[in-house]
Write a protein that binds this ligand. Structure first.
Ligand code: FE2
Length: 214
């Protein structure tokens, strides 16, 4: 897949790393606001989790990686992103490519450090059944493992075209069920200690949250 010749994401010559990445995120916001807003919340959640874990030295790169994690969705059609029905094989293929697409964009922009690898691996699973490479356990970069938890949590706590949101307690139970299979147990445990913060952060979503209980 050569992404760089796609005219929709090519801003022209002479752009360097940070403005280029910022420009692409602006394009993502224009393409699909819900995905952009999700990226912002995943980064905010990641900040809380990484601070609680005490990994200050990785804090900025993890926040950046989480903000950029779904950049590759700039290539996914709105029909697929907003679909409420079962996705076709072709649509799933588009979805499964987005970590690689985001990684390639960041590599092209010359973004240094760990951030591109967090984007590339944010859909890996602890048990090795994730994508794109099926890495397992600590083979998965720590920032990508944290992003996977933050990503899943935000997806559960916000309303989606294909699913209603959960309340914080329901989402934490769901995370716990998948700790040690999908997610890093230590990170999940840390999130449990942040439940008060989660209630505060998602307070504005209570209207949607309550809809699941009707
Ligand atoms: Fe993703």
């Amino acid at each position: 897949m050569n992404l760089l010749h796609n005219h929709r994401i090519w801003p022209g010559k002479g752009k360097s790393s940070e403005p280029l990445v910022g420009w692409w995120m602006k394009r993502l916001r224009e393409h699909h606001l819900q995905t952009y807003d999700h990226c912002v919340r995943v980064a905010l959640l990641a900040d809380k989790i990484v601070t609680a874990l005490g990994h200050e030295e990785h804090r900025l790169s993890i926040i950046n990686g989480c903000f950029l994690h779904d950049l590759g969705k700039i290539y996914i059609s709105l029909e697929t992103l907003d679909s409420t029905s079962k996705l076709s094989d072709e649509e799933w293929e588009q979805i499964r490519l987005h970590p690689v697409a985001g990684y390639q964009l960041l590599q092209f922009a010359g973004l240094a450090g760990e951030v591109p690898s967090y984007v590339l691996h944010h859909h890996e699973r602890w048990d090795g059944r994730g994508y794109p490479y099926g890495l397992r356990g600590e083979e998965i970069p720590f920032g990508a493992r944290l992003c996977a938890v933050s990503d899943a949590l935000d997806c559960m706590l916000t309303h989606r075209p294909y699913q209603r949101s959960m309340n914080v307690d329901q989402a934490l139970i769901e995370l716990q069920k998948n700790a040690g299979t999908q997610f890093d147990e230590q990170i999940v445990q840390t999130v449990f200690n942040l439940s008060d913060e989660l209630y505060r952060m998602y307070a504005l979503k209570l209207g949607a949250t309550q809809s699941i209980e009707r």
